[in-house]
Design a protein around this ligand. Structure first.
Ligand SMILES: Cc1cc2nc3c(=O)[nH]c(=O)nc-3n(C[C@H](O)[C@H](O)[C@H](O)COP(=O)(O)OP(=O)(O)OC[C@H]3O[C@@H](n4cnc5c(N)ncnc54)[C@H](O)[C@@H]3O)c2cc1C
Length: 479
């Protein structure tokens, strides 16, 4: 499915007057106001080429004061803005679909403070996630947010999408890692609720409003993040088993044995592993024989020994639940296991069109969801190939469905919303969410009012109207 088939409101934005461009240019400086179409291209397309926007101007502010001045000027002239971080979002939230001005936060890349006694780190919004992780590691701490795009995505983007990733099982999602924020509001006011406090009951929790808001309520310019003790030992196992039910039993044993030391528990279908091995770069199947399902699990401990609890879990599960397992013998082998997982999305491309769902259901319902959804999508499109994989420990699956072998890709992708409807019906019946990780953006905007509590939607609209009465902050996204 391409953008123009997605029912995105393409209302024309009036052209930006040259005098206004000049005023914006004065705020950020000549070099950081981009108007050349070729240079703008990288900001209006995204990795999968699913969305292609347009913009007359990309602004690259270098400070909170510059962001505030941009918002003030934009609100005086009703100019729509699209905040952008690493441009790795998967729902079209960071794309200017209607000629809005892009505000790229990547130059806000300072780590303002690391406080190892309070276990906090205050980062500007444009700090790349991997740099934040490294900075924490340098002071013997862990910043646990971890996802496939960590080499490019930014802290501001992670918070705006409330990113999940592979360690959410133990450490929670991005929201749970932020103690406070600095945010520029649509009218240019700066909300400073940066805080190192775990305990602060002084009224409404405002910073949480902006987390997961996908840039529709304001522009995050900095965040105070929680740091955690760096694990002394990490052990990773790759496990072959027969079914999602078996994986669920393994999860229960692992949580009983390791509690919070179980930091990742990824369920991978045979087809997802097969695609990754065949199409991924430098990817190998760690097990000698194929299995219908696999689990990639990781234990991270405060003691020097993560291996004994991992072996205990596998020994307890070996007879009835686990068919085969290997524990990484080296860091290189561990990286190999994770490479297989990380290549999974890209490895689906050579197999043709893939209709994607980023869903969650209660953990206990995952096996039933997979069984029902597999039957339903194949009934809808005979020959369609479900490729489920994801964070079983969080009940979150990337329920992707590849086109039938030999099918016409465009015809298949034209049925995107039809398949979504079939899958979402099962998700909602099971008490799940249609967007577990990636957000709403424009991709799921039209479905949101149908699946969310009516009062919740009403309140969301009222909050949006209060914080952004002119509707200039990432218009057309989420609501
Ligand atoms: C290979 C790959 C793997 C991924 N894996 C995961 C995963 O495991 N879990 C997961 O949750 N996501 C995942 N994602 C999705 C994506 O990486 C995350 O959503 C990420 O948090 C986006 O960060 P970003 O800086 O690239 O934001 P962008 O893509 O630039 O923006 C995303 C949204 O946030 C808004 N925004 C960005 N910066 C700001 C700011 N400073 N203030 C206000 N609004 C802002 C934008 O307007 C947009 O709506 C993956 C993506 C890829 C390509």
């Amino acid at each position: 499915m391409k953008e123009d088939e997605m029912n995105i409101n393409k209302s024309a934005t009036p052209p930006l007057a040259p005098e206004l461009i000049e005023q914006f240019r004065k705020i950020v400086g000549e070099r950081h106001a981009i108007t050349d179409a070729a240079d703008i291209e990288a900001y209006v397309t995204e990795e999968r080429n699913l969305f292609h926007g347009r913009s007359p101007l990309v602004l690259r502010p270098g400070s909170t004061a510059e962001v505030a001045a941009i918002c003030k000027l934009a609100s005086e002239h009703r100019i729509a803005l699209v905040p952008q971080g690493g441009n790795t979002g998967l729902v079209g939230g960071q794309t200017p679909h209607n000629g809005e001005v892009v505000v790229s936060l990547r130059r806000l890349d300072k780590i303002r403070e690391v406080d190892t006694a309070s276990n906090t780190m205050t980062c500007e919004a444009g700090v790349v996630l991997q740099i934040a992780q490294q900075k924490a590691s340098d002071v013997d701490r862990l910043f646990p947010l971890s996802l496939g795009a960590e080499g490019s995505c930014t802290i501001g983007g992670n918070l705006s999408t409330n990113a999940g990733g592979t360690a959410a099982l133990a450490y929670g999602v991005a929201r749970e890692m932020a103690l406070g924020l600095e945010v520029v509001l649509a009218d240019g006011r700066v909300l400073n609720v940066l805080s190192k406090l775990k305990k602060d009951n002084t009224g409404y929790n405002l910073h949480n409003l902006f987390i997961g808001a996908e840039g529709t309520l304001g522009i995050i310019t900095a965040a105070t993040l929680k740091l955690f003790p760096k694990p002394r030992a990490v052990e990773t196992a790759f496990v072959g088993l027969k079914s999602p039910e078996a994986a669920l039993k393994l999860l229960t044993i692992a949580q009983g044995e390791a509690a919070n030391a179980l930091t990742s528990f990824e369920l991978l279908s045979e087809m997802a592993v097969d695609f990754s091995v065949r199409h991924g770069i430098d990817v190998r199947d760690p097990l000698s024989e194929k299995h219908p399902w696999y689990v990639l699990m990781e234990l991270s401990t405060a003691s020097d020994d993560a291996r004994t609890p991992l072996e205990t879990i596998l020994t307890r599960a070996m007879e009835e639940i686990v068919d085969d397992a290997v524990i990484a013998a080296s860091l290189a082998q561990r990286n190999n296991f994770w490479k297989l997982r990380e290549e999974m999305s890209a490895a689906q491309k050579p197999e043709g069109g893939s209709i994607k769902h980023d869903i969650s259901v209660p953990v206990a319902a995952v096996p039933a969801f997979i069984e029902e959804a597999n039957a339903a999508v194949v009934k809808l499109i005979p020959g369609a190939r479900p490729v489920p994989f994801g964070h079983l420990g969080d009940g979150n699956l990337h329920y992707n469905v590849s086109q039938p072998i030999g099918a016409n890709t465009a015809d298949y992708l034209a049925r995107w919303h039809e398949m979504n409807a079939v899958v979402f019906e099962i998700v909602l019946r099971m008490g799940g969410s249609i967007s577990a990780e990636h957000g709403i953006g424009v991709l799921k905007r039209d479905e949101l009012p149908e699946v969310k509590d009516k009062t919740a939607i009403e309140l969301m609209r009222q909050i949006k109207a209060m914080l952004d009465p002119l509707g200039i902050m990432n218009p057309g996204k989420v609501l």
